[in-house]
Ligand binder design. Sequence first.
Ligand code: LLP
Length: 459
Amino acid sequence: MVSTQALEAQNTGRQYLTDITPERSPNQSLVPLTAKVNDRDHLEIGGCDVTDLVQQFGSPLYILDEASLRTACHQYRDAFKRYYPGESQVLYASKAWNCLAICAIVAQEKLGIDIVSGGELYTALKAGVDPSKLYLHGNNKSLDELNLAIESGCTVIVDNWLELQTIASLNRQNVRIMLRLTPGIECHTHEYIRTGHLDSKFGFDPNQVDEVLKFVSGQPTLSFVGVHAHIGSQIFELQPHQDLGGVMVQWLSKAAQYGLSISELNIGGGLGIRYTESDDPPSIDQWVKVVCESVAAACQAENIPLPKLLSEPGRSLVGTTCVTAYTVGGQKTIPGIRTYLSVDGGMSDNPRPITYQSLYRAIVANRMSEPMTETVTIAGKHCESGDILIKDATLPPTQPGDTLVVMATGAYNYSMSSNYNRLARPAAVLVGNGNATLILQRETYEDLIRYDRLPAHLK
Ligand code: LLP
């Protein structure tokens, strides 16, 4: 039975709020868990009116809901406790959004962090994250990055022969390493974000497992802790991760044959999120259950002890916890073709639509109960025809100055943002219990020329 409330919400911005139910994980709700419509008929997140936030902090604005992020963290943590009989550690894949505040929140929630560069490592350290919970990735780590990671006490996830030989030649004691292998598992996601199939730039080829393990077993300075694999991102199927558990346990079993201790297995990330109402990803609980059961069953079959089970979710922790608020500008109607509605940001704050043809949904924060009767194309402000945030957005009629909110922008938006056309990056606020705190300051024009140098002969 559809409730009267749900019926009234149909065809208005309120319809997206019906995603929020106690049974759903944050990754299954298009809007942050604290999203509400207040008595001004405005969208509210974390107890803050979104139009007020834009007034106070400017536009565009990333708005991150602290409660949703913490809920996603503890859902992962609790599910591993529930389903895995051994030890576990969730690592936040911070490439999804690396900044001081997010690193600090996830660390408070007892997560470790996956980092992929000296810059991400530096940020996590500055946020006070315990280095023993930091894992450094990358297919071409520089010597500086390796040294910083090793000196800080991070674990290095070794990706290839050159790196393995480089680390061995550094002659440092007890360097904690994991080996990244390519499992040869296909999953259905965008080609650019698939990493587990054999034709991938990441990881050792599985045919080389014996050779690599043998080499590692002969290196007294390396402390081998286990194996890693990551098969891709925005994955809705559970089968690939179930298969992955089995494949990885076989690698561990091989490592044991070479006399290596097999303490950790890192199964990567990849769980998808809801960007549109047709996206129906599994819950965090369902994903974790499959991973745990698959690893535990494979260990039993191979008769090896349970390793500490690590995972690296990024998108499913942070993706739906954030929205981006823009201010509506002009409209251009081309009769019989389309109406373009321009906003004050675009591909520089969200490069995903132009890069991956990713789909998003939008609502008008100050018109939450108005029927969505128009189909418009939401255009960014960049000098590029492809700078389209949403091709066919259904919205109520809008006016310049309205606050347009694009949902599920927490993952790979800020972290992939640019200054294209010399646009300053937006600010980001953390909201909760009616308070908003700045976590990323808006860039200024001065910031944009900070690294420019004008040679003397041009002055
Ligand atoms: N671990 C490794 C080794 C990874 O490469 C990734 C993502 C993750 C974990 C986290 O995956 P997640 O849980 O977020 O799916 N820029 C693309 C996504 C690239 C993903 C890169 N690796 C996008 O915007 O869709």
